[in-house]
Design a protein around this ligand. Sequence first.
Ligand code: ATP
Length: 260
Amino acid sequence: MTTVLELSDVSVTREGTTILDSVNWSVDSSERWVILGPNGAGKTTLLQIAAAFLHPSRGTAVVLDQRIGGTDLFELRPRIGFASTAMARRIPASETVLDVVLTAAYSVTGRWNEQYEDLDVRRAQRVLAEWKLGHLESRRFGELSDGEQKRVQIARAVMTDPELLLLDEPAASLDLGAREELVQLLGGYASSPFAPGIIMVTHHVEEIPRGFTHALLLANGGVVAAGSLGDVLTSEQLSQTFGLGLEVQETEGRFTARAV
Ligand SMILES: Nc1ncnc2c1ncn2[C@@H]1O[C@H](COP(=O)(O)OP(=O)(O)OP(=O)(O)O)[C@@H](O)[C@H]1O
């Protein structure tokens, strides 16, 4: 058991507006967390602190035993896998799928003159196969479907064997089939005892894979509830978080929610 993230009284203020308000949260390496909350609740801001991209305005954030603000972040960041639409925009459309994943070893996007070991290439190919992308390794990133691009982003994020994996809306904009394929793959990955601590932001309870263990509900920058999935994903607490009556149902580890 290793604590991978510890936030104590973390607040973020931008132009006089409080975006995160006194957040206390601890994540262990064995836990797989989902963050849920309405638009503008502060989910992405919270993830940016976990990714060591953002310093809190107040309070203390410790990521992989390094205090944000008191550390050389260039050494910390390669230990964190991060997949988000903003990161994906930095990937050149002409890059091959193999190179998108391979370049993670150097924390760059876009292959230049780096020399990669055979070991790196074999690892990238293994990761691509795990995320059902092996047949696409020579294709250009920009030519892939949304679902394939999302899986490539995750493959890139796990290429370096991160100690903490952060996923910002990995299933956003996917059709039902692509979503289910991704949720299944994420569930398999999350269930492995060798996977790192995982934090995933999502808008929909339907996107929570089996194998995820914990949830944090965020509204107006504050934590409504945080803890095990069973304790947190109740109709009452989800209704409070989204400000309307919701009924949550769980079937064999998957969730659905509808207004009542
Ligand atoms: N640089 C900034 N300056 C001012 N306000 C900001 C800044 N960045 C974010 N915000 C505001 O902070 C709030 C939280 O943003 P954040 O992106 O973290 O929310 P979110 O929960 O991820 O939202 P969404 O679900 O819509 O992606 C929003 O109201 C946003 O407009």
